[in-house]
Ligand binder design. Structure first.
Ligand code: 13P
Ligand code: SF4
Length: 307
């Protein structure tokens, strides 16, 4: 084990810290994490931990959600610049105005939002529980769903609802090319296609499984197929290969062959060095305005109750 990893483990024990990581982070981060999960599992784990410090290796909204759930704990993020293009596609003031224009609607927001957007929300969802939560609402309930348009279209298609959608998107998932994936399928006819619901509708329609990162992992582990085309951020391949070493996972290429467009540059800002520094300096730390946090906690708790 490298000296850096040893130092992280020592600091972690000394400070009673819990290191959590999303599946899209670098392999070396997933290797040292105490807990790896999708955004739902990370929120659930944060709500339960008795650690004094949470180091959230993911993106900013994941750190914020943990802080809202555990206001008495210190929540550190290795790099404050790890944002999320999807969360950024939903400006809190514009969202509040949209909500105000539709006062008879229940407001459902994806967890990939700022605390300020959550404060204007009735129920938060993740890709892992969105369908179940929407289906638990009365059929005639009018719903606003934001910010991910592709996930909203997917939920509308499987539930038969007509939720009013905000027009936001993730710069990684929105760029996968259906032509390239069909080309891969021609080359690997036995491969099953796994698609995250943040991808566009045509990709959802050719998928063998549409689901959150955890749901795609579960499907791949249980399915008989030997090969899988994975249409989501490529960090997930690490855990897929760990869980199913006998299977072949093929990362889907993005539209532009010149860039690493199937990687989330925000997630990749988490490095071992920065995790070590965060533990050592107990910074950067997430702070959420208490008034905003109080309003944002209600819809997060509703999600945890309903899922
Ligand atoms: P999951 O909820 O599937 O982990 O997705 C989070 C995310 O940021 C997807 O881009
Ligand atoms: Fe946000 Fe997209 Fe990165 Fe997920 S992959 S954290 S939605 S920018």
């Amino acid at each position: 084990m490298s000296e850096l990893k040893k130092e992280i483990l020592r600091l972690k024990t000394e400070k009673n810290a819990l290191i959590m990581a999303h599946y899209y982070t670098r392999e070396e981060i997933q290797e040292i994490a105490d807990f790896i999960g999708d955004s739902l599992a990370l929120a659930r784990k944060a709500a339960q931990t008795d650690a004094d410090i949470i180091v959230m290796c993911g993106v900013h909204f994941m750190g914020e959600t943990a802080k809202i759930l555990c206001p008495d704990k210190r929540v550190l993020v290795p790099d404050m610049a790890a944002g999320c293009s999807l969360a950024d596609s939903c400006d809190p003031e514009e969202f509040a105005a949209f909500v105000a224009e539709h006062p008879d609607h229940t407001v459902v927001s994806y967890v990939n939002t700022s605390a300020a957007v959550k404060a204007h929300t009735d129920i938060v969802v993740t890709s892992g529980n969105a369908r179940k939560i929407i289906e638990s609402l009365p059929e005639d309930e009018k719903i606003i769903f934001g910010p991910d348009h592709n996930l909203g279209e997917y939920i509308n298609s499987v539930t038969g609802r007509q939720m009013l959608l905000w027009n936001g998107a993730c710069h990684v998932h929105d760029r996968f090319s259906i032509e390239k994936i069909l080309e891969m399928k021609r080359e690997h006819p036995g491969a099953k296609i796994l698609v995250h619901p943040e991808c566009r509708r045509p990709l959802q329609m050719i998928a063998d499984k549409v689901g959150s990162t955890a749901a795609l992992l579960e499907f791949a582990a249980a399915d008989d197929a030997r090969e899988f085309i994975v249409v989501t951020e490529s960090g997930i391949l690490f855990e897929m290969r760990n869980k199913c070493p006998e299977k072949v996972f093929l990362p889907a290429p993005a539209e532009d062959a010149e860039c690493q467009c199937n990687e989330c540059d925000f997630m990749k800002l988490n490095t071992l060095q920065k995790v070590r520094d965060a533990l050592l300096n107990e910074a950067p730390e997430i702070h959420v305005d208490p008034a905003v946090a109080e309003r944002a906690l209600r819809p997060i708790n509703r999600m945890l109750e309903l899922s």
